[in-house]
Design a protein around this ligand. Structure first.
Ligand SMILES: Cc1cc2nc3c(=O)[nH]c(=O)nc-3n(C[C@H](O)[C@H](O)[C@H](O)COP(=O)(O)O)c2cc1C
Length: 171
C-alpha cells in the first residue's frame, strides 16, 4: 500500500477480538520499532510484551484503556542510557525516542492488518511498582494491539484535521 494511503486509513481501535496475533506478525511489528531512529542511535527503548493472562489482567487493573487487546506493548525507556542534551539542563530525548519507536510499530501493525491505540492514561509509578520495573526504566506509553472487531469504526474526531495553513508556516 502507498504509505500516505496507509497513514490515511489507520485509526485508533478500542475494541479488539479475542484472537492471538501470529508470532511472525508480532516480530515484524517489534522489528519495525527496532529500526526506528533514536538520538545518537542509543536505542534506550525497552519494550515489554504483555501477553500472559497475568500480565494483561494486572495492566487492566491499572488502566481500563487496554480494551481487552490480546497483546499490550509497554514501551519504556532506560533513563541511564537515554541521550541527555548538554546544552539544556535536565532535557532528555526519552519521550521522542520512544514515540518514534511507537509510531513505527503502530504503522507496521496497521500494514499487517493489526490495529492499535496509543495510551497514556495511566499512572507510570503504578506500572513501575506492579511490574517491578527498575528505577531507571520509565514507562512512556502503552500500545494495545490486536485484530479489530467488525463493528469498530473511526471515532468522530478521527478525521477532524486542522487545515495545513493553520499549522504550517513557511518562513
Ligand atoms: C500521545 C497520545 C496519547 C494518547 N492517549 C490516549 C489514551 O490514553 N486513551 C485513548 O483512548 N486514546 C489515546 N490516544 C489516541 C488519540 O485519542 C487518537 O490518536 C486521536 O484522537 C486521533 O484519532 P485516530 O488515532 O483515530 O486518528 C492517544 C494518542 C496519543 C498520540
Amino acid at each position: 500500500m502507498d504509505f500516505l494511503d496507509l497513514v490515511k486509513e489507520r485509526f485508533s481501535v478500542r475494541d479488539f477480538l479475542p484472537k492471538e496475533i501470529e508470532s511472525d506478525k508480532l516480530n515484524k511489528i517489534l522489528l519495525a520499532g527496532n529500526l526506528a531512529p533514536t538520538a545518537r542511535n542509543i536505542q534506550p527503548q525497552r519494550i515489554y510484551v504483555l501477553k500472559s493472562k497475568d500480565a494483561l489482567e494486572k495492566m487492566k487493573e491499572i488502566t481500563k484503556m487496554v480494551y481487552n487487546a490480546p497483546v499490550v506493548l509497554l514501551v519504556c525507556v532506560d533513563l541511564d542510557e537515554v541521550w541527555k542534551n548538554p546544552l539544556e539542563e535536565g532535557y532528555t530525548t526519552s519521550e521522542m525516542d520512544a514515540s518514534i519507536v511507537g509510531t513505527h510499530m503502530m504503522l507496521e501493525a496497521w500494514n499487517l492488518g493489526v490495529a492499535s491505540v496509543w495510551i497514556r492514561y495511566f499512572d507510570a509509578n503504578r506500572i513501575s511498582k506492579e511490574f517491578n520495573l527498575a528505577p531507571n526504566i520509565k514507562p512512556i506509553f502503552l500500545l494495545p494491539i490486536g485484530y479489530k472487531t467488525d463493528k469498530v469504526i473511526p471515532s468522530p474526531s478521527h478525521s477532524n484535521k486542522k487545515d495545513l495553513q493553520e499549522i504550517v508556516k513557511y518562513l
